[in-house]
Write a protein of this length. Structure first.
Length: 417
């Protein structure tokens, strides 16, 4: 008999038993029902479609979506389970990014103008802030929590402080063993601001990000004191990226396409000493190389690790892509903030569970693993249809035994079956 991988519902059932604070039985049953439906629905994922395929009323789903649920605990338990089975490595980073969500109408809370990277301009809609755990060893991204970004803030607060509070809340909600395995909080250049860095360092976390190409950096003075009265000399000149005689060359793998230089410098914008890694990308003959300025608030961090952390940050873009394309991230009907966040987090949890299923089903070397969300959605629909037929055919055996015999039917249409 062929080996049938565990379904996302089976994985979720195991995860729910690991929670430090278990969910109420009714919430557990709801999550398992949603897990079985979410990936299998062939159309848009909204209340009416959930009711059509589940046998429960649309009002039932609306009521449940308005109730809070500790998504961080569920996703963290899933990560810990994958670590215990060796599918994720022992070290990771916390990636943070925001994503634009289109929304029509005028009555939705938080509706405003947000940056839409796909079109390169600000548009009217919603925005979510997303914290993602990214495994450094296998480059797998597991979303921990998504939260709506308000369109207006009280005095003294800003969008950046909201992102910092969100990351701090996620870090504070993680199990200690998982939080201690995080080597850094990584964001793109927008998060390279003093307010965000201060908030993360208050949590004891290192920040890795990207500075402006014309960042104001100063060399640290390491000479002897003059003996004169007054404040000791701190800096030894401003950094000129065209002169790298005072930088250390970083040894890289052959064929990586760029060179790297590192130095411990003072950042005027961040008001602190940081480890700076300068990446130089060659251009056409006669033109100076294009440069990229990465930094870590831990001045002792190795330059190669700074590069590895920032490169791994890009993995968080794939859960956004998969949730938007296959998990209904953009199709929520509700105009309530709580229901919107429930829908978004359920979409990301579905992607996480399908990634976990494919990781457990993968039999080859780990570096050859390729996640295919499209295959997961097609297989989930095949299984939903086969299970409905099975339940109405007076079965003489269990579903577990039956699905082994029809594995070719369940894998119908898969690109990597």
């Amino acid at each position: 008999m062929p080996n049938v991988p565990p379904s996302p519902c089976t994985i979720l059932t195991r995860v729910l038993t690991r929670l430090i604070r278990p969910l109420r039985p009714a919430q557990q049953r709801l999550l398992i029902v949603l897990c079985g439906l979410w990936l299998a629905l062939p159309g848009r994922i909204h209340f009416l479609n959930l009711a059509r395929y589940s046998g429960q009323s649309e009002k039932t789903f609306r009521n449940w979506f308005d109730k809070p649920l500790c998504w961080i605990s569920v996703n963290a338990a899933l990560v810990m389970q994958l670590r215990d089975t060796g599918h994720l490595g022992p070290t990771a980073i916390l990636g943070i990014d925001a994503s634009f969500i289109p929304k029509s109408g005028k009555a939705t809370p938080g509706l405003g103008k947000f940056w839409n990277g796909s079109v390169g301009r600000a548009e009217r809609g919603l925005e979510l802030s997303c914290c993602t755990l990214i495994d450094l060893e296998h480059r797998q991204a597991m979303v921990l929590h998504a939260q709506q970004t308000p369109s207006r803030f009280p005095e003294g607060h800003s969008r950046l402080t909201h992102y910092a509070e969100h990351a701090s809340d996620v870090l504070g909600s993680l199990p200690p063993t998982l939080r201690d395995s995080l080597t850094a909080v990584v964001g793109d250049a927008f998060y390279a601001k003093k307010a965000f860095v201060d908030a993360m360092q208050a949590r004891g976390m290192t920040v890795v990000s990207k500075l402006r190409c014309d960042a104001d950096l100063r060399y640290l003075y390491t000479g002897s004191r003059s003996g004169k009265a007054g404040r000791p000399r701190r800096f030894d000149g401003k950094v000129d990226f065209a002169d790298l005689t005072r930088w250390q060359t970083v040894e890289l793998e052959l064929g990586c396409g760029y060179t790297a230089h590192s130095a411990v410098l003072y950042s005027k914008a961040l008001e602190r000493t940081v480890r700076v890694v300068l990446l130089l990308f060659p251009r056409a003959q006669g033109k100076p190389p294009r440069h990229c300025v990465l930094f870590s608030t831990d001045s002792e961090m190795a330059a190669l690790h700074v590069i590895a952390c920032y490169r791994a940050r890009f993995e968080l873009e794939f859960p956004f892509r998969d949730a938007k394309g296959f998990a209904g991230l953009l199709s929520c009907q509700s105009r309530q903030s709580g229901a919107l966040e429930f829908h978004w987090n359920m979409a990301f949890l579905t992607v996480n569970l399908e990634r976990a299923r494919q990781l457990e089903a993968h039999m080859g070397p780990k570096e050859a693993f390729v996640f295919r969300m499209e295959d997961g959605k097609r297989r989930a629909y095949n299984e939903l249809l086969a299970r409905r037929i099975f339940e109405h055919s007076a079965p003489t055996e269990t579903w577990e035994k039956y699905q082994e015999r029809i594995s070719d039917v369940l894998n119908l249409g898969l690109k990597a079956a």
